[in-house]
Ligand binder design. Structure first.
Ligand code: FAD
Length: 408
């Protein structure tokens, strides 16, 4: 049955609220197509909420909000290429077991697995490791519902459209299916180590270069770092149960060694609501930028005590990829939802922007239209050209994206 109701909507963190005119939960792709076409005919704008795990007001609408949780599941795995065809509303945590049953796994994942696959794809969600791109980079084909309710599949045979479609912020249409590359199923050994800030910056490059995935967290209150490292292993699963420790504590990040299938190792528990700002910077700029953010936190923002996360990412070709084709680091700052965050986030953003950074689309940013235009140059115009072809009347836009220079 289709749920149609007027309801307030709020994101996971609780910092974004919206009052959509309608909320629909289609059960089939045909129903979804009808709903999109009808909303477009009524002149209403359409947005989709995945799991609402973005911190920016990117899902908000006063028109029709679609919830695709019922359009979910792994449809098939191509026996020759291993590419998996996944319905758009599938939560990442529901993908690990069926992929394992097919002998496959995602090549990389981020800190949590609560997102919908289309939500993760649409904002460029990523994990860590220069050998493995974001969800957007792993996509092989993306099927969209157009404003007329038609289905159109976009892949590398149409390179310009595909570079727009990989990371589209919901602006090109409603994603109905994603075909995503996979790798043979693998187990990971997770190891973490605590060390001083200086030692961490000194040792991280060699660790990062020699491990499958590596990232570190700097803990302001303790002025210590924890480096987390993953390597593939054939060892049997052995994963101690670890509770979620409070933010800012060493135990939250310094976990006992563990071995398990990859999809059980990547995600952590994150139940305390927080907000986040993350910037992607050219790889070589990372150490100087995190040093400056550490100085800011020690001097001007000593009340901000949540850990700072430092990861790596390969260069990616999506027009809206914050890497803009360059090997990168990503640095994220966080704050509890019930504490002030904006003054610190704005100062941290100033540091990141001065080092050539670009904001994560699902996280907070304050640079606005001019800052984004300067950071993306021609890529923004190329994305907008595809957007104007696929959605000339701006059915899929929202106010926030228009304010930052995207869509209508
Ligand atoms: C606790 C936590 C941990 C996080 N960890 C990471 C991390 O490790 N790495 C990282 O990169 N990010 C991380 N994020 C950010 C998060 O991955 C992104 O914001 C992601 O987009 C959220 O996915 P979602 O399904 O909740 O999408 P939503 O936030 O619901 O939507 C995101 C965008 O996708 C669009 N969208 C969703 N579904 C569709 C569809 N079917 N068709 C068209 N458009 C669609 C929405 O309209 C919106 O524009 C984290 C966020 C939280 C709250």
């Amino acid at each position: 049955m289709t749920a149609t109701h007027v309801a307030d909507w709020t994101n996971w963190a609780g910092n974004v609220r919206a009052e959509p005119r309608r909320v629909h939960q289609p059960e089939t792709i045909d129903e979804l197509r009808r709903m999109v076409a009808e909303a477009a005919r009524r002149g209403e704008r359409v947005r989709v909420a995945g799991s609402g795990h973005s911190f920016s007001p990117i899902c908000a609408t006063d028109g029709t909000l679609l919830d695709l949780s019922a359009i979910a599941g792994l449809e098939r795995v191509d026996p020759d290429t291993g590419a998996a065809v996944v319905l758009a509303g599938t939560k990442l945590h529901a993908l690990g077991e069926p992929l394992l049953a097919a002998g496959r796994a995602l090549a990389n994942q981020g800190d949590i697995d609560r997102q919908a696959i289309a939500g993760a794809l649409s904002t460029g969600t990523h994990g860590t490791g220069r050998a493995f791109g974001s969800f957007a980079a792993q996509a092989v084909a993306i099927e969209f519902v157009t404003p007329q309710g038609d289905l159109v599949s976009i892949d590398a045979n149409d390179p310009a459209r595909f570079r727009a479609a990989r990371l589209s912020l919901g602006l090109l249409g409603v994603v109905a299916r994603v075909t995503i590359g996979t790798v043979p199923a693998y187990r990971l050994r997770e190891q973490s180590e605590a060390l001083s800030f200086d030692e961490c910056l000194e040792r991280y490059p060699a660790i990062e270069a020699s491990r499958r995935n590596a990232e570190f967290w700097w803990l302001p209150a303790l002025d210590r770092c924890v480096i987390k490292q993953f390597d593939e292993t054939a060892d049997a699963p052995n994963r101690p149960d670890v509770p979620e420790h409070p933010p800012g504590t060493l135990e939250r990040y310094l976990k006992p060694d563990a071995v398990d299938w990859s999809f059980r190792i990547y995600p952590s528990l994150r139940t305390v609501p927080f907000v986040e700002l993350e910037y992607t910077l050219p790889f070589a700029e990372g150490p100087a930028a995190i040093r400056e953010v550490r100085r800011l936190m020690k001097t001007e923002h000593p009340d901000c005590t949540w850990a700072v996360e430092y990861r790596t990412q390969p260069g990616e070709d999506a027009y809206l990829s914050p890497t803009q084709g360059e090997e990168s680091v990503t640095i994220s700052v966080h704050q509890a939802i019930d504490q002030p965050w904006e003054p610190f986030f704005r100062d941290a953003e100033g540091v990141f922007a001065a080092h050539g950074g670009r904001a994560h689309w699902g996280k907070l940013q304050y640079r606005g239209r001019d800052g984004i235009a300067a950071a993306y140059g021609d890529s923004l115009a190329r994305f907008e050209a595809v957007r104007a072809e696929m959605d000339p009347d701006g059915v899929f836009g929202n106010d926030y994206l228009r304010e930052v220079g995207l869509g209508r």
